[in-house]
Design a protein around this ligand. Structure first.
Ligand code: BMA
Length: 319
């Protein structure tokens, strides 16, 4: 039995695992939960981040507009399923991640610069006024994901260095900072290992702290004759030295199988950007972008994921 270390979220969105379902992650039967119809000026709303906020939920959503600009907007929800999105642009860029550290909410995202993408960092207490920090690295990087607390006194940020295009490679690294301004002490975390992730890997939601490991959900990309296929995998990282991958599952936990994951602006994409984790029940709700078009929801528990990773471990470590 594993334990989640973190907040209790009694109103976490939830559906029980279907009878005799053989896999560790199952989809919400009302998917997709957010479509382009949630904002009149949206071409698509997808890879997005959510957190518990004042007993309800808040989020930052990736909107590709009808002029095909990539912007982030805030959104709010009572139940984590039905969302009201704000039409106001917070930042330019895409693929937001959110986490709470010491009562403040931090946003990291793929920020656009003339020289390529960097990891933008900003903080808020109310999702209305934001303070932007220095960029966390110089171009070119994506998939910047903060750990939800300081580790040995330092903020820790997962990143995925890349090129200016659709990047046919990619390993996960991490950086340390004492002040969210100066980032350094880079460490290699992991590279692709199995066929389903062979092109590149990138961190997904804010890592979930458990009693023994950091649970890192991530995306892995396969190149087929039809282009990229994005799936979700899971790895268990050392608590004190989170660049050490102690265990990782040899297969994906969620891949594009449903129509809304296979058909859209970019077909065959499951791109997890957020997870809500309830420390009391061990339940986890994962928010993921579907086919670069909509936001969908899936469920698991800390035991389902960790048991699966340990039973399908390809990391080659014993702890
Ligand atoms: C990546 C990012 C993601 C997107 C994915 C598939 O490079 O741009 O936002 O979901 O490609 O198009």
């Amino acid at each position: 039995m594993a334990t989640i270390i973190g907040a209790q979220i009694p109103n976490l969105p939830w559906q029980d695992k279907p009878e005799a379902f053989p896999y560790p992650v199952w989809r919400f039967d009302g998917n997709p939960i957010i479509t382009r119809d949630n904002l009149f000026f949206a071409n698509s709303i997808f890879n997005s981040a959510v957190v518990p906020f004042g007993g309800k939920f808040a989020g930052v959503f990736r909107v590709d507009t009808r002029t095909r600009d990539q912007i982030l907007v805030a959104g709010f929800s009572d139940d984590g399923v039905r969302w009201t999105l704000d039409g106001k642009k917070l930042f330019e860029g895409y693929d937001p991640r959110l986490c709470e550290i010491d009562g403040a909410y931090y946003l990291t995202w793929v920020k656009l610069t003339p020289h390529g993408t960097v990891i933008g960092v900003a903080g808020t207490k109310d999702f209305v006024s934001w303070t932007e920090y220095e960029d966390a690295c110089y171009p070119v990087a994506r998939n910047g994901v903060l750990f939800p607390r300081r580790i040995n006194g330092e903020y820790v940020l997962l990143i995925r260095p890349c090129d200016r295009g659709h990047t046919p490679y990619g390993d996960i690294f991490l950086l340390h900072s004492k002040d969210l301004t100066y980032w350094g002490k880079p460490r290699f975390v992991m590279a692709p290992q199995k066929n389903w992730e062979m092109t590149k890997v990138g961190a997904g939601p804010t890592p979930i702290e458990t009693d023994r490991y950091w649970l890192m959900l991530y995306h892995g990309v396969l190149t087929s004759c039809n282009g990229f296929t994005y799936s979700m995998g899971a790895a268990l990282l050392d608590k004190e030295e989170p660049w050490k991958v102690l265990h990782r599952a040899d297969s994906f936990l969620l891949a594009p199988h449903e129509l809304y994951e296979c058909v859209g602006d970019v077909p065959n994409v499951v791109f997890p950007c957020a997870a809500l984790a309830d420390s009391r029940s061990g339940r986890i709700a994962v928010y993921y972008g579907a086919a670069d078009t909509a936001v969908a929801l899936a469920f698991t528990t800390v035991d389902d994921v960790i048991d699966y990773v340990l039973a399908h471990d390809c990391a080659g470590n014993v702890d």
